[in-house]
Design a protein around this ligand. Structure first.
Ligand SMILES: [Zn+2]
Length: 356
């Protein structure tokens, strides 16, 4: 049976058919750019189409939503496919309104202090937080994020294909090791400041709920691979990114798998956030090796097949030659890729919050 557009639309309307709706796109992998809305102009789009782009992902937030009719028209006129990008967990407004929802830095380790020598020290009744990361793993934060995302995507006008949801994991350096890719733990060895959602599958639940709310669109979670063997203490030629903290393979690996596997079971593509320079990695080696890691994760994490992976690569601030090299590098490594031409902020700073 072949699926025509009408079939796909009616299948997508059924909550059981997300996998099929996603598979219908598998023969045309994402290839293109991720930009702020100000960049969208006919010449810019024509230029990127000539360079092989067919996908344009535009950052959608409370300020750019009003511009969406113009954006959708320009991208359609340019013969390209429009997607939205929503930053989820890194949210200064929500973090300021609800300090108790901000991600904790792990209480078993304080190696992160080497990066923040002037960080405050909590007294009794206070916990250290990674401002402004508000993970969806807290029940009240989950509800607030879901309401915000629904408000952004509902009644979004014009033709658009789907939405990328960035940072559905816990905050950076979640065990306290200092590694920005360490995102497996919520309140690791620290007293909670708010109630947690049960289980480790909050990301899959949120993606599923947004998928239901946007029939016919594809929802793509964007994931960051966890810290790597070369980051561990004593690794020959290592990065030192995990400080003196050894690998918690008995805890971190299974928990990572319990968050990752339900996402894969949804059947949709998964974006890999490859913020190479931000994560102090050499892009020439790390981008390809990190894509491979998603296909070969340890301890029970299922394999992401290459046709479902979308590599989203740091590409801001590069001169034209370096940008062309970055595009060639990622296009060689995987069928689906997006060049992020505008910064995706992954920074954080330690702050104090009262512990209830
Ligand atoms: Zn860690």
């Amino acid at each position: 049976m072949t699926l025509n557009r009408k079939h796909i639309a009616s299948l997508a309307a059924s909550s059981l058919a997300f996998g099929l709706a996603c598979l219908a796109r598998a023969d045309e992998p994402a290839r293109g750019i991720l930009v702020r809305s100000e960049r969208i102009a006919p010449g810019f789009l024509a230029d990127w189409k000539a360079k092989g782009a067919r996908t344009v992902v535009v950052i959608l937030d409370e300020s750019s939503k009003d511009e969406w009719p113009r954006i959708a028209r320009s991208v359609a006129d340019g013969g390209l496919d429009l997607w939205a990008w929503i930053e989820v967990a890194r949210n200064p407004a929500l973090a300021d309104a609800h300090p108790e929802w901000v991600a904790s830095l792990g209480g078993h380790h304080d190696d992160w202090r080497k990066r923040f020598p002037n960080a405050p020290r909590g007294r009794a009744g206070e916990g250290i937080k990674a401002w402004p990361w508000v993970p969806i793993g807290y029940t009240a934060a989950y509800d607030a994020h879901r309401a915000r995302i629904k408000a952004l995507v509902s009644d979004l006008p014009g033709r658009w294909s789907g939405v990328y949801l960035n940072d559905l994991q816990t905050g950076p350096s979640s065990c306290g090791c200092g590694n920005d890719q360490c995102r497996w733990a919520l309140d690791y060895g620290t007293p909670a400041t708010t109630a947690r959602s049960p289980g480790d599958d909050a990301a899959a639940r949120l993606v599923g709920e947004i998928q239901k709310a946007t029939p016919g669109k594809t929802v793509v979670p964007v994931w960051v691979m966890e810290c790597e063997t070369i980051d561990l203490p004593g690794a020959p030629g290592g990065t030192g990114l995990c400080g003196g903290v050894g690998c918690a393979r008995g805890d971190c690996w299974p928990r990572n798998a319990r968050a990752w596997n339900p996402l894969l079971a949804l059947g949709c593509p998964i974006g890999l956030g490859l913020w190479s320079e931000t994560f102090k990695r050499d892009p020439d080696h790390w981008i390809e090796s990190n894509i491979k890691l998603s296909q070969n994760q340890p301890s029970g994490a299922k394999v992401l097949s290459p046709d479902r992976a979308i590599a989203i690569v740091q590409a801001w601030g590069l001169d034209p030659r370096a940008l062309a090299n970055r595009q060639a590098l990622v296009a060689r490594s995987t069928p689906g890729w997006i060049l992020a031409l505008d910064p995706i902020d992954q920074s954080w700073k330690p702050t104090l919050a009262p512990v209830k």
